[in-house]
Design a protein. Structure first.
Length: 720
C-alpha cells in the first residue's frame, strides 16, 4: 500500500514541508493499524522543534519503520555524499537504506542496484531490508563495481531490471489526508507493506520509466515495484552489451542477406518473423532464465532498414524501367513494334508499368511478325544454338525432315538433318566454317522420290550484348540452278569436245595432198572459218570456267604472274615484231589469287595489245602501289600504241561478243577475251578499267587488293 502525500493532502493539511509533528502523527496513525513494515521516503536530516523529534521517534516505534538515505546523483562528477536522518530517527529506525532511483543514459529508470555504499561497506536498499521481514533470505548481490571515480568512489552491486507491473497508479494508494483525518479503516493497512512518500505533481520526485512513457512515475511507486519483485522472487538481469550486439547483428545480418537474395513476398514474411524472434527471445529469456535481452536496438534498426530498403528497391526498379523502356524505344522503334499506347493518369510507377506492358505487347507483335516471316519462307530454315540444338524451324524445314525421316523437334541436334544432306552423308557441314556468314558447301540430298539440291548458308545470331548466341541455317533450294549448271556443263562438253573435233578434222583434211588442187582462196577461207570456230569454242569454255569454277586462292607475288603472262605471249610478239617490256622493281606485291586464271586474264590483255599493235611498237607492263576502297592495293598497267578506240566502244568493252578493233591483219577477235578478264578480276575482288584515245593508244589498268598476312580473308569463290 502507498500512503501518498498527494495534491489532496497538500490542500487539506497545508503545503509541504509539513512540520515534524504532523509527519510523526501520520507515521503513528499508519503504525497503529499494524502494517508489516513502513518505509518513509522523505528527508529528515535536520532536528525539529522541541519535542517533535521525540514524537517522531515514538511514532516510528509503532511498527518497523525504514528510512531512506539519499545522496547526490551517482553520474555527476562531484564526490558523492549521503543525507542521513537525524540521530533519534536513525536510532529508532528498523533499517536505513538507499531509496534513490538510478537514471540511465536516456534519463529513464530501468534498473536498480540492491546494494551500494563504500567499498567493503555496502548497504542494502530500504525495500530489500523490508522484504527480509517476509522471509526473503540469501545474498542478493554480486561483484561490487565502482559507479563514480575519485578517492572515495561509490560502489554498487546486485544489478537487476525493474519488472514494472504497469503504468503509474497500478499499486493501491491512500491519501495521507485521509489517514490524518481518520477516514481510512485499519483493514486497508493491516498486515501490508506501506510506503509513505510524495505523489503530488508539485513535489519534484517524478521520473520516466518504461511503463510511464506518457506520464512520469513517482519514486515511491518505483520503490513499490522493486519491493513487489523482490517479494515475488522475480529478478530480471540484463544481458551484457556484447551479447546484445551479437544477437542484434546476427538478426540484422539475416535480414540484409534475405533482402538481397529473396523476393518481396518472402521478405515480408521474413521481416514479420524477425520481429517476433527478438520479442520471443525477450519473453523466453525472462520466463526461463530471468534474463532480459532488449529488442529495441534491433527493432529500431529494422524499422529504419526495411522501409529504406523498400524505397531503394522501388526507386531502383522505377529508374530501371524508365531506362530500359527508353532503350527499347530507341533500339526497336515504334514502327517495328506497332502503335504505342501512352499511359493516362496514375502515379509514376503505374505509368511505367503501363509502358512496360505496352512494350511487352509490341515485342510479342514483333515476335509474331518474325514467326510469320519464318513460316512463310519458301526454303527450309532452322534456328539453332551454339551447340547445334534446334530451337525453331519453319514449315519447309519440317516437310524436308519428314521426307528424310529426320527429327527437327526443339532440342534435337541439327546434325540429324545435315548428316542426310550430301551423297556420302557424314557431318562435314557442321560445325559451320570460321567465315560462317559465307555460303557453305552445295551438297545434293535425296528428298522423296526426286533429287534436290541445297546450298547450306550459315548466318550467326547474336544477343543484345553482341555475344554469339547461335546460327540460322538456311537450306537454299538450288535445284533449278544445279540443273542449269548441269546443262551448262553438257554444253561446254559439246563445245570443248564434240564441236572441236570436227573443226580440227577439217583443218587436218585441208592439209591432205588431195586438197592441194583446191583453189587457194577457197581453201584459206575454209581453214580460217574452222580456226575461228575452234577459237570461239576455246574462248567460251575458258569464260565459262572462269565464271563457275571454284577458285584456288593462294598468296602469290603478282610479279611472278606478270612474268608468266609475258613469257606466254613472247612467241606471238616475236612473230608480230612487237616488243613486250616489263621491268619490275624490287618491291613485292603479294595478292591472294588463283594463279592459273589470273595469268590467263593478263595473257588475254597482253595478247590483244600485241595483236592490235603495228610492227616495231612496244607494249609496256608496269606494277605500282595503289589503294582500292580504302585498302592497300597493287595496280598492273598494260599500255599499247595501237591507235586507240572510240569512246562508244569503251561502254560495251567487257560485254560478251563485244569487238573493240581489228588486229593488224584486218581480222577481229571473237569478243570473249575481255569478258573473261573482267570476270576473273571481279572474282578477285579487284577492278579493271580502260582508258583509250583514238590515234594514240590504250591502257588497261587492273587493280587488286594486297594480301594481308594476319586476319586476311580470301576473295569469295561464288560465281560473279
Amino acid at each position: 500500500m502507498i500512503v501518498a502525500v498527494d495534491a489532496k493532502s497538500l490542500q487539506d493539511i497545508g503545503p509541504w514541508p509539513w512540520n515534524r509533528a504532523t509527519q510523526a502523527e501520520l507515521i503513528a496513525k499508519v503504525g497503529l493499524d499494524h502494517p508489516k513494515a513502513m518505509a518513509y521516503d522523505f528527508l529528515v536530516t535536520s532536528p525539529g522543534a522541541q519535542g517533535e523529534d521525540e514524537a517522531f521517534r515514538d511514532a516510528m516505534l509503532t511498527a518497523p519503520t525504514y528510512l531512506g538515505t539519499h545522496r547526490n546523483p551517482a553520474h555527476t562528477e562531484r564526490p558523492w555524499i549521503t543525507y542521513d536522518p537525524f540521530p533519534l530517527a536513525a536510532k529508532a529506525a528498523a533499517g536505513l537504506g538507499p531509496m534513490d532511483p538510478d537514471l540511465d543514459d536516456q534519463s529513464v529508470i530501468r534498473r536498480v542496484y540492491l546494494k551500494e555504499g563504500r567499498k567493503g561497506r555496502l548497504v542494502e536498499v530500504a525495500v530489500l531490508q523490508m522484504a527480509r521481514l517476509a522471509g526473503v533470505n540469501g545474498n542478493i548481490g554480486g561483484a561490487a563495481r565502482p559507479a563514480t571515480s575519485g578517492q572515495d568512489p561509490l560502489y554498487r552491486s546486485g544489478e537487476q531490471l525493474i519488472p514494472y507491473l504497469g503504468p503509474p497508479g497500478t499499486f493501491p494508494r491512500i491519501s495521507a489526508a485521509d489517514i490524518l483525518r481518520g477516514r481510512t479503516p485499519a483493514s486497508d493497512i493491516s498486515n501490508k507493506f506501506v510506503l509513505i512518500g510524495p505523489t503530488a505533481p508539485s513535489l519534484p520526485d517524478l521520473y520516466l520509466t518504461p511503463a510511464s512513457s506518457k506520464s512520469p512515475m513517482q519514486n515511491i511507486e518505483i520503490q513499490a515495484n522493486i519491493l513487489d519483485s523482490i517479494l515475488d522472487g522475480i529478478r530480471v538481469y540484463s544481458t551484457s552489451r556484447l551479447v546484445e550486439f551479437l544477437i542484434s547483428t546476427a538478426l540484422i545480418g539475416i535480414l540484409l542477406l534475405a533482402l538481397v537474395r529473396l523476393g518481396p513476398r518472402e521478405n515480408l514474411w521474413l521481416s514479420a518473423g524477425l520481429v517476433v524472434i527478438p520479442l520471443a527471445i525477450c519473453v523466453l529469456g525472462v520466463a526461463l532464465r530471468w534474463f532480459w535481452v532488449p529488442p529495441s536496438p534491433y527493432l529500431t534498426t529494422l524499422v529504419i532498414i526495411v522501409p529504406y530498403w523498400g524505397w531503394r528497391r522501388l526507386n531502383a526498379a522505377s529508374v530501371y524501367f524508365a531506362r530500359e523502356i527508353r532503350a527499347l524505344e530507341a533500339e526497336s522503334g515504334v514502327d517495328a513494334l506497332g502503335t504505342r499506347r501512352l499511359p493516362v493518369g496514375g502515379d509514376v510507377v503505374l505509368q511505367q508499368m503501363t509502358l512496360l506492358e505496352d512494350a511487352k505487347r509490341r515485342i510479342s507483335d514483333l515476335r509474331q511478325f518474325v514467326d510469320d516471316m519464318l513460316a512463310n519462307f519458301p526454303d527450309p530454315v532452322l534456328v539453332v544454338d551454339r551447340q547445334g540444338r534446334v530451337a525453331r524451324v519453319n514449315a519447309a524445314a519440317e516437310d524436308l525432315a519428314r521426307d528424310l525421316q529426320a527429327s527437327v523437334v526443339a532440342g534435337a541436334p541439327v546434325t540429324d538433318l545435315l548428316n542426310l544432306i550430301g551423297d556420302g552423308g557424314g557431318d562435314a557441314s557442321w560445325p559451320p566454317p570460321d567465315n560462317a556468314n559465307r555460303e557453305g558447301e552445295v551438297p545434293i540430298v535425296r528428298a522423296g522420290s526426286e533429287n534436290r539440291a541445297f546450298e547450306l548458308r550459315f548466318t550467326p545470331t547474336r544477343d543484345a550484348s553482341g555475344e554469339a548466341s547461335g546460327w540460322i541455317v538456311h537450306l537454299a533450294d538450288v535445284t533449278p540452278l544445279v540443273s542449269a549448271m548441269r546443262q551448262r556443263e553438257e554444253a561446254l562438253q559439246l563445245l570443248s569436245h564434240d564441236m572441236r573435233s570436227p573443226q580440227a578434222a577439217i583443218i587436218a583434211i585441208l592439209d591432205n595432198p588431195e586438197f592441194k588442187k583446191t583453189p587457194p582462196g577457197l581453201r584459206e577461207r575454209i581453214e580460217g572459218q574452222a580456226r575461228r570456230t575452234l577459237e570461239l569454242a576455246d574462248s567460251f569454255v575458258r569464260l565459262a570456267q572462269a565464271e563457275s569454277a571454284q577458285y584456288d586462292f593462294q598468296p602469290i607475288d603478282l610479279t611472278l604472274i606478270v612474268h608468266d603472262a609475258t613469257d606466254a605471249v613472247w612467241p606471238l610478239a616475236s612473230s608480230a615484231d612487237v616488243r613486250v617490256v616489263f621491268e619490275p622493281d624490287e618491291a613485292e606485291y603479294v595478292v591472294c589469287a588463283d594463279r592459273r586464271l589470273l595469268t590467263r586474264a593478263l595473257i588475254n590483255l597482253l595478247d590483244n595489245a600485241v595483236k592490235f599493235s603495228p610492227k616495231g611498237k612496244i607494249v609496256s607492263c608496269r606494277l605500282s602501289k595503289d589503294s582500292l576502297d580504302g585498302v592497300e592495293a597493287v595496280t598492273c598497267e598494260i599500255a599499247d600504241s595501237a591507235g586507240g578506240m572510240a569512246q562508244a566502244q569503251l561502254a560495251e568493252l567487257f560485254h560478251r561478243f563485244a569487238t573493240s578493233r581489228e588486229d593488224v591483219s584486218g581480222s577481229q577477235g571473237v569478243g570473249l577475251g575481255l569478258a573473261l578478264v573482267h570476270t576473273v578480276v571481279t572474282r578477285h575482288n579487284g577492278r579493271i578499267r580502260c582508258e583509250s584515245a583514238e590515234g594514240e593508244g590504250t591502257v588497261f589498268t587492273v587493280t587488286l587488293p594486297i594480301h594481308q598476312d594476319v586476319g586476311a580473308e580470301a576473295p569469295t569463290s561464288a560465281a560473279a
